[in-house]
Ligand binder design. Structure first.
Ligand code: SAH
Ligand code: SF4
Length: 400
């Protein structure tokens, strides 16, 4: 049973989540109890491909063993508080509650089959509760940082989605584009990716997994050294430091040239194309000068640019760039020889709306707080557009 924090006194650590264990880990646990190792595979199979709500439902497992398992581990570490379908059921946002009351989100997106292309089911997952980076256009950024997720908490978002797929459907892609900055919780993210790759667990090829970062340079360099085959996405948003300081406060710590240099090395070393994401914000980062600065920065790189209209967020004065402006921006990038994709109607595709449910849950800020925040952002973006760098420090707690 999970343990809840007590109102007063020490917080009791919860039991470990089962999904973080490989078959070998679990076999060792069974063997230590004098039980055959094959039990491990039965449990792992039930965890990842069955609908059992707990060990007691495993008919292959003796009762005493099911009870011992239940006393030692949690079957799942996420409780699904609500699942909201939108776009005619094509998108499902799930709000998950964790043992300590923190809430996180995942978004499951269904893409029907088209001529020559199979149906896809993409899941966007969270790596942290909240986020320390504080990008002002992001609902999660507004929440602030709560804590890193455990490996099982990352994986159980995936198991929750598996349980909602219809017969014959399977997850085709997983993107770390939900709440949090994955490269600031890199050990657990890497463990999760290994579990997702593991053929005894999800068995999803690394090439179908994308990890998105706002630009944690030491994390990118660590990934390059390790050489995993998943796709790296860089949330670039602006090629000019003055503007990026405002849009991605981490830029004050690792400026854009350092981020792109690290991403370029990553592409060269792994031979894998890096994806650059730009959230398109009307009259803020969508000018010709911004397009040209980005084109010049990435020209000749093994790169792909994704342009995503900004999803509105209450506390900002900004909204999405109009589609013709996005198309014009795209054509200038394309003219530099870089492949570009414009995400038209599903801004949520890259997790744009991820974090909004949890933010709503956290309670809307008061009207004066929102007005004050909007005023500050407007002033900051006006200064940035004049080319003035921010003198505010980088967000605290972002050392990797
Ligand atoms: N922290 C990581 C991954 C999570 S955010 C990162 O920033 O890359 C995933 C993506 O959602 C990022 O590219 C981010 O810029 C984008 N995003 C956040 N809020 C958005 C919004 N309101 N509209 C559109 N995209 C948004
Ligand atoms: Fe954090 Fe990414 Fe949101 Fe920025 S966009 S605040 S890095 S989750």
């Amino acid at each position: 049973m999970p343990c809840a924090p007590m109102a007063d006194g020490p917080v009791i650590a919860p039991l470990p989540g089962l999904s973080a264990l490989s078959t070998a880990d679990l076999a060792a646990w069974f063997e230590a109890r004098g039980e055959p190792a094959y039990r491990a595979r039965q449990v792992v199979t039930a965890l990842w491909s069955g609908n059992a709500a707990g060990p007691a439902e495993l008919t292959t497992l003796p009762r005493s063993l099911a009870a011992a398992l239940d006393d030692a581990f949690r079957w799942t570490t996420v409780a699904d508080d609500m699942v909201i379908a939108s776009e005619g059921g094509q998108t499902e946002k799930a709000l998950h509650r964790l043992w300590d009351g923190a809430t996180i989100e995942s978004v499951l997106m269904h893409y029907p089959a088209t001529a020559g292309r199979r149906a896809r089911h993409t899941l966007c997952i969270s790596s942290q509760a909240g986020c320390a980076v504080g990008c002002p256009f992001c609902a999660t950024g507004e929440l602030g940082f709560e804590r890193d997720l455990e490996t099982a908490e990352i994986l159980d978002q995936v198991r929750s989605a598996l349980g909602r797929l219809k017969a014959g459907e399977r997850l085709t892609n997983i993107v770390f584009m939900g709440m949090g900055e994955p490269l600031l919780n890199l050990d657990r993210v890497l463990e999760s990716v290994a579990a997702l790759n593991d053929t005894e667990r999800l068995g999803l090829g690394a090439r179908h997994i994308t990890v998105s970062t706002s630009g944690v340079v030491p994390g990118i360099r660590r990934l390059t050294a390790l050489g995993p085959q998943f796709t790296l996405a860089i949330s670039i948003h602006a090629a000019r430091d003055a503007l990026r300081d405002v849009l991605v406060p981490l830029n004050r710590r690792w400026p854009v040239a350092e981020v792109v240099a690290a991403a370029r090395d990553h592409a060269r070393t792994t031979g894998r194309r890096v994806s650059y994401e730009v959230t398109m914000i009307g009259a803020v980062n969508d000018t010709d000068a911004d397009a040209d600065a980005l084109a010049n920065l990435l020209r000749g790189d093994l790169a792909h640019v994704n342009l995503i209209p900004m999803n509105p967020v209450a506390h900002t004065p900004w909204k999405a760039s109009p589609m013709p402006v996005i198309e014009r921006f795209a054509s200038r990038i394309r003219a530099a020889g870089l492949p570009v994709t414009v995400r038209r109607n599903r801004g949520v595709e890259i997790g744009a709306a991820c974090g909004q449910l949890a933010a709503e849950r956290a309670g809307a800020p008061t009207a004066p707080a929102v007005a004050w925040r909007r005023q500050r952002l407007e002033a900051a973006s006006v200064r940035a557009l004049r080319g003035e760098r921010s003198d505010e420090p980088a967000p605290a707690g972002v050392e990797a």
